[in-house]
Design a protein around this ligand. Structure first.
Ligand SMILES: [Zn+2]
Length: 335
């Protein structure tokens, strides 16, 4: 006799899903890092433990960069990692669409060829998975060492767009709004991290000043119901990573996570894993946590999965087919 938990796991496994907030450096499979770095990383990071909490963003970033710098030394390494990441997501999590970013800071410090890195990631997409590659730029990431490749990237067909990364501890510099507007004029998609550590005011500023309609995280927008109403009305979507938020102390526990409240307010929210090498999380685990801790039922979980395709940069018939498939699975499950 199948238990309710097994029944839910089977339903979740059948749902086509997306990852729309995934840093490729943070998605590096630990096995690849271990194999490539001698005995430097013999065990999975301590941060995989369920009760582990990072002391702050700097703690998290330092540990992640140590692993990333040890591995991502060439475009070939990006290709190898991306191939493994995409294959695992497709085979283990039924992910059919991925938006992933690489960090301009990695290009800067490793003196890598940024376009070759974008091509290496894009070229790693399996035939039956759609992948869109973004370049992530920190608040202080546009400088003499990065300006040329960032500007050139707006013309690269293999790059889908740009994403504001980082700690939210810097004020928005004058270059930021200008670059984001020019990226859109060049046909690129733009998004931004906000509302992870800074509050709703910063989320509103990013929407107003950068002109984005996709926020990475955005969870602190939930502190302002007027802002949530505005985001629902204007179709500003949030790519939320609940387990990341717990381990980074954005919320004290999963039970405190505002995602269900954001969904009820009508904000289009997706669910992704952010940096699984640091958090030890899996996409199915994110959905299960929403079911077990917040009581989201199959119909609501199906809506979250469908939201991933609603925000996806896909041709309309392809988007429709995925959303219809999810609706059919939810209906069959309810029958
Ligand atoms: Zn992120």
């Amino acid at each position: 006799m199948e238990t309710a938990r097994q029944n839910l796991a089977r339903f979740l496994a059948a749902l086509p899903k997306t990852e729309t907030h995934l840093h490729i450096e943070g998605a590096l499979p630990w096995e690849l890092l271990k194999a490539a770095s001698g005995d430097r990383f013999p065990c999975p990071p301590a941060s995989w433990a369920e009760d582990f909490r990072f002391s702050d963003f700097a703690h998290f970033e330092t540990e992640l960069l140590e692993m990333a710098f040890a591995y991502f030394t060439s475009p070939e390494r990006y290709h190898e990692a991306a191939s493994a990441v995409f294959r695992k997501l497709r085979d283990d999590e039924n992910v059919r669409y991925v938006e992933t970013s690489f960090a301009s800071g990695m290009i800067e410090f490793g003196k890598l060829d940024a376009r070759a890195v974008a091509q290496a990631i894009r070229g790693a997409a399996p035939e039956d998975m759609e992948v869109r590659v973004f370049m992530g730029i920190h608040h202080n990431g546009y400088n003499d060492a990065t300006r040329d490749f960032i500007e050139a990237s707006l013309e690269w067909p293999e790059l889908a767009g740009i994403d504001l990364h980082g700690t939210e501890s810097f004020p928005l510099e004058p270059w930021t709004a200008d670059l984001w507007a020019r990226a859109r004029a060049a046909g690129k998609f733009t998004k931004a991290h906000a509302g992870e550590f800074c509050g709703p005011d910063f989320v509103a500023r990013v929407i107003d000043e950068l002109g984005v309609n996709r926020i990475q995280h955005g969870v602190r927008a939930a502190e302002d119901t007027a802002l949530l109403d505005r985001m629902a009305r204007d179709g500003i979507a949030c790519d939320v990573c609940p387990l990341s938020n717990v381990k980074l102390g954005v919320v004290p526990t999963m039970a405190d996570h505002p995602l269900p409240r954001m969904l009820r307010a009508g904000v289009v929210c997706t669910v992704s894993t952010d940096d699984p090498i640091s958090f030890g999380n899996r996409l199915s685990g994110e959905y299960l946590a929403l079911a077990q801790v917040h009581g989201l039922g199959p119909a609501e979980l199906a809506e979250v999965a469908a939201n991933g395709f609603r925000v996806a940069l896909l041709p309309e018939p392809c988007r429709r087919a995925f959303i219809d498939e999810i609706a059919r699975l939810a209906k069959e499950h309810a029958a």
